[in-house]
Design a protein around this ligand. Structure first.
Ligand code: SAH
Ligand code: SF4
Length: 480
């Protein structure tokens, strides 16, 4: 932090005082009996996890939550910068708040998250959306009480982005207001150092840094004790977890440590970068008690030239041999992946290599994106001659190929017995809904009392990405 910035912060009351002051100021300002906040999340699970920290801090400041813009006293949009259409949606939704702010001048509007770490975006909000009161980036999520205090007392609009020291730090111990009570997220590392040529994440999330295994284990233990049944470990590239810690440790070692925690729960993790996914990781999954046999392994492109241009550091062959090794160790493993269609300079033949890889591997699910240029990335300066219409055609071709392969894959699951974590009752469909270890949705009739439990389900049919089945012997499954 610069000296000037330090002095500014030092003029501030302490964090605890800010929490108290905001609570007091908001209780007067609120239009209802208690201050209400609306926190809307765009983008990936890391943002979902950050929003839970924002809500946790808001709770400390006396806020309750609403989804209704009209009744909110504070609206906070936690934004995503990964693709252009996510940004457009944010601009549209912020634009829509103009009328509301006019009707209710006491409303505080804040915009935060990845988009706000980009100087040109923060500037656009400053210039074009004068009714936005507070703008802050991913590195200062933990400073919400101070930022709100400043917004409420300074009479000025507040703009805060992380500085060089903040994009390297990890703040432990923030209160977390979790959205769900069966499945939840635990961040194991922040940031990314990979600089894939199309990707803005390293610019908006800062340098790669890992939480200590002690802090992670403590959080996972407390979640299991609180009754959570599925914990998803999060990081942009979990396979490089632990490399920068004072006492370096591998992600596989972390998984083995967490797997020792007693209880009836399951673990997943994302995202694995293929360049750092090791045989040791696969062996650890195969030997573990709690890790699902399901792996999200984004390959982005099936063509070696494009992979090089993307700065991904693996080849199609290496990717396929990892898949083969994992299948050999865990025949029931389910794969999912991310793909980019229409990277600058990609030819139709090169794109077909992506389709053939999809057909060869057989993914349970895919997240497919048309390339979107991001300011400041290397790919944004590359020649991109293929017209958007053509890219959309390729995109559809890929979806068709995936549908046919996934249908074949889910057909092979019909007749098997799956261990399903029951997550909710669907009133509309009159069934229980849950997820298999392979992360596929599964519907089956059963009593509501099974929500939050593991059960065994015989799969009888697969339709439109959802498996249907019957509950076996109505007893719950306790594998652990
Ligand atoms: N860290 C993860 C992914 C983070 S971003 C990983 O390395 O796999 C999530 C996905 O968004 C990426 O996997 C990629 O498929 C997609 N993506 C990222 N930047 C993009 C861009 N500029 N245009 C289109 N898709 C993009
Ligand atoms: Fe982006 Fe690549 Fe980092 Fe994933 S690994 S966040 S795609 S730079």
């Amino acid at each position: 932090m610069t000296d000037e910035k330090k002095q500014n912060w030092e003029r501030f009351p302490s964090r605890e005082a800010c929490i108290e002051q905001v609570a007091e100021l908001m209780s007067v300002r609120a239009t209802g009996a208690e201050p209400l906040a609306l926190v809307r999340t765009y983008g990936c699970q890391q943002n979902v996890a950050d929003s839970e920290k924002l809500r946790g801090q808001l709770r400390e400041m006396g806020f309750s939550f609403t989804e209704n813009e009209e009744e909110a006293d504070l609206i906070l949009f936690n934004t995503c910068a990964v693709r252009e259409n996510a940004e457009f949606r944010v601009y549209g939704n912020v634009g829509n708040l103009k009328g509301l702010k006019r009707k209710k001048p006491s409303l505080i509007i804040g915009v935060c998250g990845c988009m706000m770490e980009q100087a040109h975006v923060a500037e656009k909000i400053k210039q074009s959306y004068p009714y936005v009161n507070l703008v802050f980036g991913t590195h200062v999520v933990h400073k919400l009480p101070e930022l709100l205090y400043q917004t409420l007392t300074s009479g000025k609009r507040v703009f805060a982005r992380g500085d060089d020291s903040e994009d390297k730090t990890i703040v432990e111990g923030l209160p977390i207001h979790r959205d769900r009570d069966i499945r939840t997220w635990v961040t194991v590392m922040y940031g990314c150092d990979n600089f894939c040529s199309y990707c803005v994440v390293p610019y908006v999330r800062g340098r790669e840094r890992s939480r200590t295994p002690q802090a992670i284990e403590e959080e996972v233990r407390s979640l299991i004790a609180a009754g959570y049944k599925e914990i998803v470990l999060l990081g942009q590239n979990v396979n490089s977890y632990g490399k920068t810690l004072e006492q370096p440790i591998s992600f596989s070692a972390l998984l083995r440590r967490l797997d020792q925690i007693p209880g009836d729960y399951r673990l997943r993790f994302m995202t694995s970068h293929p360049k750092d996914a090791t045989k040791e990781l696969i062996d650890t999954m195969a030997e573990s008690k709690h890790i699902c046999h399901s792996l999200h392994l984004p390959f982005q492109s099936g063509n070696d030239r494009i992979l090089r241009e993307m700065n991904r550091h693996y080849t199609r062959e290496q990717y396929l041999s990892l898949i083969a090794y994992a299948r050999q160790k865990m025949p029931d493993i389910a794969f999912s992946s991310d793909i980019i269609v229409g990277f600058p300079g990609e030819t139709y033949e090169e794109f077909r290599d992506t389709v053939s890889l999809v057909e060869e591997v057989g993914f349970a699910s895919l997240f497919t994106f048309i390339y979107s240029p991001r300011v400041g990335t290397r790919a944004a300066d590359m020649e991109d001659p293929v017209p958007p219409k053509e890219k959309s055609r390729w995109f559809q071709e890929l979806l068709d190929a995936q549908e046919a392969t996934a249908d074949r894959l889910t057909d092979t699951i019909v007749g098997t017995t799956q261990r399903v974590l029951v997550e909710e009752v669907s009133e509309k469909r009159g069934v229980l809904c849950g997820k298999t270890e392979g992360n596929l949705n599964c519907d089956f009739p059963g009593p509501e009392s099974l929500v939050g439990q593991f059960v065994r389900v015989k799969i009888t049919e697969s339709r439109n990405w959802v498996l249907k089945g019957t509950l076996l012997t109505d007893t719950t499954d306790t594998k652990a």
